[in-house]
Design a protein around this ligand. Structure first.
Ligand code: ARG
Length: 457
């Protein structure tokens, strides 16, 4: 029995009906559906549409359904078309005819949007907490690395020395934007749809601002036609999850490279790696590879959802039912990936000797050029002089640290006795001046600011 069987004289074709059933996945909205229905029943009572007695029995019936569903998840199942039909069926089973009055003036079109908005409001903070936990792991690694140095790369070629802490805080910086983007998606979902009816609004004088406040929404949607098909908040949520996955994927890529034998900057803990069925020596970064791999899936959910929305005429269309699996899958993918990334990052150990060695050598060329600039040489000219030095050193298999004073002088008269001191990784980071740089003082301040943000998040 469906909510709409009255108009039809035959039972639906199972192939067509089963195709449209959403209860298998929208059961995740159970709690939200009941909470929204309780508020709707009260609003109908306040508007004089339902008697006080009916409101009382509907509310207590719904509360008992909610309790049972929460304590026994297998209760939330059955042959129903969707979670809304399930809740109404259970209500009528429990309280009889009064249950049949609940849906007065309401449509599943506004109801399903309401449920998803309530759901996201509950779930987005959980994702944000997981993002914050990973940021905290990055901050811990930054702290533990102390004054450790490593090379920063551009074009995946060694570019300039940075503090290892600067590397970890660079990933934390991207994750902070993800945290804010998730908050923005929650904000977009924060509008009450009830009162929109199927598409034209409802004919009962329900006080929507009271209802919005009662359900914790800060506003009511602006237009009932728009509301019945607006899923922009779903697109924003999927974008937020996709971009967070892109950031996790890039972090995974860095760590796959840096924990490999060729770099060995960090060791992957046994607990967050896997072995090979054939090659006994292997220690594989599977969790990181899966994070990178699942990013394609998250982006696919976003692209798929935008494609679903693009051709829809105004008002509700059943295509919109596709929003839920996209949201649930995007959410689960990000939650699992954040957990895996945290497991890896929190257990990384730094090989400071390796990173320090890799942070010296010819990647100090910019610092050598800056030295000449500080003595008055135009930068373009200094670039040329140092370029020629690099060419010679490369040919001889040496770097700046092996140059004798006459050799420095030979390259340019402007090099003084202190030239070799400028060509060290430590001098290089200390020479940075801006707050966003890898200057040790700046990094210390950035770490303190990050900790402060974590304490307030
Ligand atoms: N399962 C539907 C969905 O997810 C609920 C709304 C159904 N509305 C309708 N007019 N058939 O969108």
């Amino acid at each position: 029995m469906t909510l709409w069987s009255g108009r039809f004289d035959t039972a639906p074709d199972p192939a067509a009906f089963d195709f449209g059933i959403s209860f298998g996945f929208d059961r995740l909205l159970f709690e939200d559906d009941v909470v929204g229905s309780i508020a709707w029943a009260e609003a109908l009572g306040a508007a004089g549409v339902l008697s006080a007695g009916d409101v009382r029995s509907i509310v207590s019936g719904l509360q008992s359904i909610l309790e049972e569903g929460q304590s026994n998840p297998s209760f939330v199942s059955g042959p129903d078309e969707d979670v809304h039909s399930f809740v109404e069926r259970k209500l009528v089973e429990r309280i009889g005819d009064a249950g049949r009055r609940l849906h007065t003036g309401r449509s599943r079109n506004e109801q399903v949007s309401l449920d998803l908005r309530l759901y996201l409001r509950r779930r987005i903070p959980v994702l944000q907490q997981a993002v914050a936990k990973l940021i905290a792991a990055c901050a811990d690694q930054a702290e533990q690395s102390g004054s450790g140095l490593m090379p920063a790369y551009t074009h995946l070629r060694r570019a300039q020395p940075v503090l290892v802490a600067h590397f970890f805080l660079s990933h934390a910086a991207a994750l902070r934007r993800d945290h804010a983007r998730l908050a923005a998606a929650a904000d977009e979902a924060d509008a009450l749809t009830l009162g929109s009816g199927a598409v034209a609004g409802t004919s009962y004088s329900v006080d929507t601002s009271v209802l919005a406040a009662r359900l914790g929404f800060s506003r009511v949607v602006r237009n009932s036609m728009d509301a019945s098909s607006d899923r922009d908040f779903v697109a924003s949520f999927l974008f937020a999850t996709s971009l967070a996955m892109v950031h996790l994927s890039r972090m995974a890529e860095d760590l796959i490279i840096f924990t490999g034998e060729e770099h060995a900057y960090f060791d992957l803990a046994d607990a967050s790696a896997t072995g090979s069925s054939m090659m006994p020596q292997k220690k594989n970064p599977d969790p990181l590879e899966l994070v990178r791999g699942k990013t394609g899936r998250a982006i696919g959910r976003l692209a798929g959802w935008l494609a679903t929305m693009k051709g829809l005429p105004s008002g509700y269309n059943k295509d919109l039912q596709e929003d839920k699996e996209a949201v649930f899958d995007g959410e689960m993918t990000l939650a699992l990936s954040l957990g895996a990334a945290h497991a890896v990052v929190s257990r990384l150990t730094l090989n400071a000797e390796h990173t320090e060695r890799a942070a010296s050598g010819l990647l100090l060329a910019t610092d050598v050029a800056d030295y000449l600039v500080s003595r008055g040489m135009p930068f373009r000219r200094a670039h040329e002089v140092v370029g020629a030095m690099v060419r010679r050193l490369l040919a001889e298999g040496r770097d700046f640290s092996g140059l004798t004073l006459p050799e420095w002088r030979d390259a340019s008269e402007m090099f003084g006795d202190d030239a070799p001191m400028a060509a060290t990784a430590l001098a290089s980071v200390q020479a940075r001046r801006t707050p966003q740089s890898t200057n040790p003082e700046a990094v210390r301040a950035a770490l303190a600011e990050c900790r402060e943000w974590l304490a307030g998040s």
